[in-house]
Design a protein around this ligand. Sequence first.
Ligand SMILES: [Zn+2]
Length: 464
Amino acid sequence: MGGMFRGLLFLLSLSVCFGRSNMPPEADQNLAREIYKEMVEIKSGYTTGATTPVAEAAARRLRAAGFPERDIFVGGASPAKGNLVVRYHGSGRLRPILLLAHIDVVEANREDWSLDPFTLTEKDGYFYGRGTADDKAQAAVWVANLIRYRREGYQPDRDIMVALTADEEGGGPYNGVAWLLKNHRELIDGEFCLNEGGRGQMVNGVKVSNNLQAAEKWYLDLRLEVRNKGGHSSVPTADNAIYRLAQALVRVSQVEFPLKVSEVTRAYFGGQAKLDRTSEKDTLAAAAKGDPAAIERVAESSPVWNSMLRTTCVATMLEGGHARNALPQLAAANVNCRVLPGESLEEVLERVKGAVGDAQVTISVTTREENSPASPLREDLVRTMSAITDEMWPGVAVVPTLSTGATDGRMLRVAGIPTYGVQGFFGERDDYRAHGRDERMLVQSFYEGQTFLYSLVKKLSKAQ
Ligand SMILES: [Zn+2]
């Protein structure tokens, strides 16, 4: 055999070998897929569906696999809004780990989609269906992997708890995580939690990073309101509620919150610097080290990066006036703020009020979440995740991130349970369809994610 030919054969066998090692055993693939299909095909939209049938379907699978009834809990804030919690017992040497996924989905209408959103369809290398990405893949994989640990007789050093929860998307009074924290904290009280929120990113089909989400901004709505006695519109006065509000909003649009980096965003921009192939590489590296000029340049270069580096407030809704021929008695706006972890309500209010500078514009807080802290970048998690990522997808970096949006992880962080978005499901960075039409998941990514999460949880639940 010629050297080149041998070399090719070697490469070929290497890729076959890698390909195979990334896939779970066939029986486990089939089980995960069956559970996934069952979950996607149960309608669990916020208003048009229910999560209880999903929780019950998972409970049936677990019972059939030999999990005792006493380790399975199904319950929630209302009969339709059920959650499932199951516990796989370890030696108790370490405190439990919580594996979280939500089983409600954003609504989906058949007429908006090119396929039925509530049928799991495999086509062109993708699974299509509402919830295939957000968040029923992770829910199905948690259950399938737990069943696999049991079948294999795996003995962890800590309990492994899986919680499949209601109403992450809609939030509100039926949110499963909030309900469990309030009513059954003991069922989900872990040393730390793995959740959605950190995906694998691909650019033009090439995997570039496996994200580890360790922080989220928190949500705040402010109402700006101007009241006026009004009058006949044929006799305008200088004092007009709509103009007054408009001027206040212009000033809000000019507010610039201070740029800040944290442990998580330093690590994030450090990771981006390593991935970057452009002339911005050095700027990103300098930003990761805290150089103010570089941070400013990074923020200016992208709205997403800007939002990761500072609190933002933006006008999102307007109301005002009561008749076309009357001076307005009311003008009001909603201003939505996304606040960096660690920044307080008082700091935000002070800055917005200072900018508005008009006593006739009242500013009130209408929605306020609790300030959710960043989770510390645990050494064991970063190390283990990096090792498995490197083994499964050589060259792919683990990149810590801060989400500008929100998941249920924020509530656990507020409750003192550090939470990490870790999935190992890869998708195109610029083709993210969760919440939109034709939501999908790469078939291969689903199974690779299953392997990744299987190995990660197994390693993290053994004393190291
Ligand atoms: Zn989600």
